[in-house]
Write a protein that binds this ligand. Structure first.
Ligand SMILES: [Zn+2]
Ligand SMILES: [Zn+2]
Length: 129
């Protein structure tokens, strides 16, 4: 019995969506309860998690239209479709460069002062620093 409990606890600690991420981390920050996140975006989160070697958690995942307006997101933001995350990391530039190297012509990757934005659109690169 105790063994089963520990096993379940272990799985929960690891994230209920993937190895390191749980669904609640991607929920819209306005409190509307929506938490859609695309499987490929999640894979990118895992890749970045492996790369930095430390726990990370999205500062922004899914955004409903109201919340996206509130945070002045772009009108066609990939966050609206559950295909984007902003991941605060210690060295955003190194993550940005790693993604550009692995995926030279795939995905949306944006470099910011304290985080990287990744999404699963065809290809886009930008820097806001
Ligand atoms: Zn919302
Ligand atoms: Zn973003």
């Amino acid at each position: 019995m105790e063994k089963i409990f520990l096993l379940l606890f272990g799985i929960k600690k690891m994230g209920d969506l993937s190895k390191h991420f749980s669904r609640y981390e991607f929920r819209c920050k306005c409190g509307c309860g929506k938490d859609t996140i695309d499987a490929e975006t999640l894979k990118l989160c895992e890749l970045i998690r492996e790369f930095v070697g430390k726990p990370i958690s999205p500062s922004s995942g899914y955004r409903c239209e109201t919340h996206n307006r509130h945070v002045h997101g772009s009108k066609n933001s990939q966050h609206l479709y559950g295909r984007a995350v902003d991941l605060p990391v210690r060295n955003p530039k190194s993550v940005f460069e790693m993604l550009c190297e692995i995926y030279p012509d795939k995905f949306g990757v944006g470099l910011y002062q304290s985080f990287v934005h990744v999404d699963t659109r065809k290809a886009a690169r930008w820097k806001v620093i």
